[in-house]
Write a protein that binds this ligand. Sequence first.
Ligand code: D5M
Ligand code: FE
Ligand code: ZN
Length: 475
Amino acid sequence: MNPKGHMVRWMLGDGEIVRRFLEAKLQVHPDVVSYVREKNDPALLERIISQVPHGTLVVSSAHIPDLSPEKDGERFLPEPDLEIISGKSGDSPEKNRFEDFFPYFRDRYTRLAEILRSRVNPVPIEALTRSTRYRQEECMVIGMVLDVRTTTNGHRLVDLEDPTGQIPALFNRDRPGFPDAERLLPDEVIGARGRLSQDGRLLFAEQLVRPDVPLTHAPFTSNRPGKAVLISDIHAGSSTFLEEAWERFINWLPSSGAAYLLICGDLVDGIGVYPNQEEELTIRNIYEQYTRLGELMAGIPKEIVVVISPGNHDVVRPAEPQVAIPLEFRKGFPENCRFVENPALLSLQGVRVLMYHGRSIDDMIGLIPRASYSRPEEMMVEMLERRHLAPVYGRRTPLSPEPKDRLVIDPVPEILHTGHVHTSGITRHRGVLGVNAGCWQSQTKFQKQVNITPTPGRAVIVDLQTLEPKVMDFA
Ligand code: D5M
Ligand code: FE
Ligand code: ZN
């Protein structure tokens, strides 16, 4: 009971929700659990259980009453079939100033807060801390994570900031919001629901809401046949480049039925990217590395459109968005090659593909408990939940401050294509297909030192009518 004499609203925890479904002899998809938790309505839980058709084994979001998929039926179809929606060569200004970080983060906050506002009804932080009105009442804030740490007692303490002020929020390790709080990253934007402390200076947070893909999201699919092949990390010029596997891949392409080939960065091995790299280079001139890559592209059927974006080994600036490969390096490439930025959003017959090399995966694996290089697909889900490709600023992923944060995931794509980690992984999150195909380079000495076991020689072919992926192994 709170001082005013009415009940503090019951907070449903994941454990209780899952248990209730199990009592009803039902398994339940995690999306349904988070939906019920967010609504915090025991009656809704009972309604879902009572309405599930007889014989259902796993309750999915399709079983939630009043929640029907919203499919984009009509979509402007580009002519020709490939459209570069954002990340065209030249989209990003070459130069940025440090002062630009202020508008950059404000744009990130504004756009992610807007996505959250459909589910979170926030109070400005200044109002919370100034007025006594909210003390002991349940309230919500939308904030960017300034800092997050684990207390000596194992709780998660996070400093949240909105345009009006800052407040610390405490996620108790024994409360339902904790598993989400364990994965908090600096600079992500979240909603937090909880109660204010007596003095109004701390939020006891019970629930964490991430922007995420809407539960009702139903992906667009092409209304006519078409396939796209997804690869990354060729590393041309390296002695560890797998030439024979590449040849088998090139020989397979004509029969694949693919109209598009997307290459998601680390096109060449570069020069001086990691210590003693020169020992493993067969081509030690950066121009010649791109000439070699152009030769590798020459074997691709001319009817296939090749979309090429850069990665951290490429010749362009490391700060993201990375600009497209400059003209002076494109000389040896056939005409079917298009050069885009990293990230880039494409439309293939109306199917949106977001290409992002994936440098931020290093940062996320370092900060998220139990994350592993062997399961890159989990990090793609983390990106989608945060609606951001590179949430953490100031570690391994350099960001270029532009007035618009191009790393915000908006609109929601049908396919998220990443690379960088050199291990393959496929996932589906709320209808979005996440693909990391792996690489075309065997384990380098450096990767051996840092214990990364690559899965080279794989390509993933996706049917644009069904969004079904198929892994092809050429190793
Ligand atoms: O990245 C190849 C692989 O090496 C990928 O799994 C990330 C990992 N990597 C890259 N840099 C580091 C550092 N500094 N420490 C640990 N792991 C790292 P690539 O971009 O092709 O070099
Ligand atoms: Fe790479
Ligand atoms: Zn890389």
